[in-house]
Every structure is written in structure tokens, then in C-alpha cells.
Design a protein around this ligand. Structure first.
Ligand SMILES: Nc1nc2c(ncn2[C@@H]2O[C@H](COP(=O)(O)OP(=O)(O)OP(=O)(O)O)[C@@H](O)[C@H]2O)c(=O)[nH]1
Ligand SMILES: [Mg+2]
Length: 202
């Protein structure tokens, strides 16, 4: 089973741990404890074509004092999910700070994706999809923002599936000889030994 590391970032209380809990355990709590330092969960994801992978999901306390931990955990991450809270303007402004840390510390081809949270709180919404999309274009995020609710579960799975598919896109290649997926960097299919053909988008 292929294993990929992903990290979640975002302002305190933006809903990082809640998103992970909904995705991994299908639960939601109105009251949560702030994450102290770092937390970790794994989750198997099944994609089309019998493609399975395991996500190793790292969660960080958004409190200022824990931010110093974040850079060292960026190393080796295939994707970084940066969250903003659709009911909190500052959380979208803070996205830039997280992007800077990720750009400085993560691998060059890390997938950055922006995720809005708490869309069930419709009356409290202060950030439109268009505003978030602007940020996503400015900071070179992969794809449009995905707006989620960990309370109702809306779009939570979609957010992680989008990321998983892109991880596969960037890291694996379909062997034209035997039809298996192999790790692109190997440049040779580790199932049948065929030499990899260069992909057009590379
Ligand atoms: N209504 C609603 N509340 C949410 C949602 N997601 C999170 N919350 C609430 O927001 C609060 C903070 O959620 P957490 O998941 O602990 O936030 P966090 O980003 O992990 O916070 P730190 O660990 O302190 O950085 C909790 O009271 C959650 O119940 C959501 O989708 N809808
Ligand atoms: Mg947390």
C-alpha cells in the first residue's frame, strides 16, 4: 500500500481537527480541545481503478506557540491542506502566512489546496467563494477552494479525494506495457521492467 504524508494548517479553531475526525472516524463534536502541538491519524483511501493509498495525516495546533513545530513537519509532505473558516475573515488573511512556511519548507512539488470550513453556519458566513478563489489563484493552489462542513459532512470526503487523486497524478504513472501504476521517479516500471515513456505534461 502506497503511503503519503499530508499536513493540515490554518488559524486556531478553523476546524482542522474536526475535518480530520469527520473524514477518518465520521464523527463531529461541538466542543473540542485545542490540539496541543501535533496529532496524527491514518486513513485508507480507495480511488478508481482499484487504486488504494494510505494517507498519513498530520494535524497541528493553530495557536501561535505551536507554529514553530510546523516547518519541520512539512518535509516529505505530498500535500498541504490550508484551511480558512468561512465565518472568520482573519483566517483567510492568515492563509498567506501558512503558504510562506510551506513554500519555504516543503518539497517543491507539494500539492497545496485551500479548504473552507463551517459552511453549515450560513448566517455567520463572511467569506464568499469568490474571495477564497482569489486567494487560491494568488497563492498558486491546486484547484478551486473546497467548501466543507465537518458538522454535516458536506464535501469533506471530496476534499480528501481531490487531494488523493492529485497525489497519484503527480507521483504515479500508468505503465503502457503492463497496465500497473508505478512510481514516476523510478523511470522504469517496477512490475514489468518496461522503460517509462515521458509523459506529455512533464
Ligand atoms: N458549526 C460548525 N462548527 C465547526 C465545524 N468545524 C469545526 N467546528 C467547531 O469549531 C471549533 C474548533 O474546531 P477544531 O476542529 O478544534 O479546530 P482546530 O483548527 O483543530 O483548532 P486548533 O487545534 O486549536 O488549532 C469546535 O467548537 C468545533 O466544533 C463545522 O464544520 N461546523
Ligand atoms: Mg485542532
Amino acid at each position: 500500500m502506497l503511503k503519503y504524508k499530508i499536513v493540515l494548517a490554518g488559524t486556531k479553531d478553523v476546524g482542522k481537527s474536526s475535518l480530520i475526525n469527520r473524514f477518518c472516524d465520521n464523527v463531529f463534536h461541538e466542543k473540542t480541545m485545542s490540539t496541543i502541538g501535533v496529532a496524527f491519524k491514518r486513513k485508507k483511501v480507495n480511488l478508481d481503478d482499484d487504486m488504494n493509498l494510505e494517507l498519513h495525516i498530520w494535524d497541528f495546533g493553530g495557536e501561535e506557540k505551536y507554529r514553530t513545530l510546523f516547518p519541520s513537519y512539512c518535509h516529505g509532505a505530498s500535500a498541504a491542506l490550508i484551511l480558512y473558516d468561512t465565518t472568520n475573515k482573519e483566517s483567510l488573511i492568515d492563509v498567506e502566512n501558512w503558504v510562506k512556511i510551506i513554500d519555504k519548507n516543503a518539497d517543491e512539488n507539494v500539492i497545496k489546496i485551500i479548504i473552507g470550513t463551517k459552511i453549515d453556519l450560513k448566517d455567520k458566513r463572511v467569506i464568499t467563494f469568490a474571495e477564497a478563489k482569489k486567494a487560491s489563484q494568488k497563492f498558486d493552489f491546486f484547484d478551486d477552494p473546497v467548501e466543507t462542513s465537518s458538522k454535516t459532512g458536506e464535501n469533506v470526503e471530496r476534499a480528501f479525494l481531490n487531494v488523493s487523486k492529485e497525489i497519484i497524478n503527480r507521483n504515479l504513472q500508468l505503465c503502457k506495457n503492463c497496465g500497473e501504476f508505478f512510481v514516476k521517479n523510478l523511470k522504469i516500471c517496477n512490475y514489468c521492467g518496461a522503460k517509462a515513456e515521458l509523459e506529455q505534461n512533464n
